[in-house]
Design a protein around this ligand. Structure first.
Ligand code: ATP
Ligand code: MG
Length: 343
């Protein structure tokens, strides 16, 4: 489960994830945006299909909600291959992984979500499996222990991570292809919204779609979620019509601001400016100030703030940019950018 879903709703495994599954594009042709990744991926897949071989192992890297899991499912669908799904935290012991690897079917796609969270022994087993399609099953304990090599089916590993930087180099190097997923353009999110509106039976005029897309933090999952909140608002208060003003009023009500910043984003900026004078401040100090885990601040809030030019990560800590001060309607202190960014 992603960090972001944890934050948003406690019943994340319920309705939210059902709707998410229903809105997931099933084939590469339906996948919107990420033009470069799509092109790279379609070449990898098509060439593997032509050769009748399993494609190289692939890593999907990017912020929560950008489509990593969706792409993993699409890869299996495009290969007409069965798909096995697990996650890093579920692979605590090497045995957990061995049980999966030894029962893979020929050509199966194995999806390991949050692969950066895998435990060390499982990771080492995976190296051998990725490279030689073999696992060593250790029998017995202590000096009498023996490793029995076991051949496994040829498979394609698809890993997903929100934190590619945490992957050990030997693991990273064993992927033949890495999809770097970036935040989406507003026009791409408009397409996502129109598609979702069609599937959900919601009438969505262009200006409403534009307003929601603009405020979706470059993230399809957020766009889809905001669409449903705006639809609720429009149904109850506006006879179901989602024009720009209705979309805007609904988003304001749900505390999504004009640039798409949500409560956590604003809390981070607010603490950075008011408590630490704009920084530099260390990640963990900043996280304590907003009552969140450092990882949540780093993975969920920061990438978007950096991309919006509101926050900078410097060797000495997190620093607010001039735009951040303006965004919160504050004036930067006169020496704010003298000593921090440019020394
Ligand atoms: N390119 C896309 N086109 C249309 N919809 C998309 C696209 N990418 C993602 N979505 C939608 O966004 C939702 C979230 O995508 P997905 O679950 O694949 O994200 P993720 O990167 O795996 O996130 P996490 O890191 O939280 O696991 C999906 O339900 C899907 O409906
Ligand atoms: Mg996912």
């Amino acid at each position: 489960m992603s960090l972001e879903r944890d934050l948003v709703s406690p019943d994340a495994e319920g309705e939210e994830s059902q709707i998410e599954a229903a809105l997931r594009p099933k084939r590469l042709g339906e996948f919107i945006g990420q033009a470069r990744v799509r092109e790279q991926l379609s070449l990898v897949l098509e060439s593997a299909l032509r050769r009748g071989r399993s494609p190289d192992h692939m890593l999907m890297s990017g912020s929560p909600g950008l489509g990593k899991t969706t792409l993993a499912m699409i890869i299996a669908a495009e290969l007409s291959a069965p798909l096995r799904i697990t996650s890093g935290p579920a692979l605590e012991r090497a045995g957990d992984l061995a049980a999966i690897l030894s029962t893979l079917a020929e050509g199966e796609v194995l999806f390991i979500d949050e692969i950066h969270r895998m435990a060390r022994p499982a990771e080492e087993m995976l190296y051998l499996a990725m490279e030689d399609f073999r696992v060593d099953i250790v029998v017995g304990k202590g000096p009498g222990a023996t490793a029995i090599p076991l051949d496994i089916a040829t498979f394609t590993l698809v890993g997903a991570t929100t934190r590619a930087g945490l992957l050990p180099a030997p693991l990273r190097d064993r992927f033949g292809f890495t999809a770097h997923m970036d935040f989406y353009q507003v026009e791409e999110l408009e397409q996502v919204l129109h598609r979702s509106a069609r599937l959900l039976g919601v009438t969505l005029p262009g200006e409403g779609a534009h307003e929601i897309a603009r405020r979706s933090r470059g993230t399809p999952r957020i766009a889809n979620r905001l669409l449903r909140r705006v639809r609720d608002f429009a149904d109850v208060r506006a006879g179901g019509v989602i024009d720009r003003d209705i979309a805007s009023a609904a988003l304001n009500l749900y505390e999504v601001d004009a640039e798409g910043l949500d409560r956590l984003d604003r809390a981070v900026l607010d603490a950075l400016l008011r408590k630490f004078g704009g920084g530099p401040v260390g990640l963990s100090t900043l996280a304590v100030a907003v009552g969140e885990e450092p990882e949540t601040v780093e993975v969920v809030a920061e990438p978007f703030l950096v991309r919006q030019g509101l926050l900078a990560r410097t060797p000495r800590g997190r620093v607010a940019t001039a735009a951040a001060w303006h965004h919160l309607g504050m004036t930067p202190p006169p020496d704010a950018f003298g000593a921090t960014l440019f020394d």
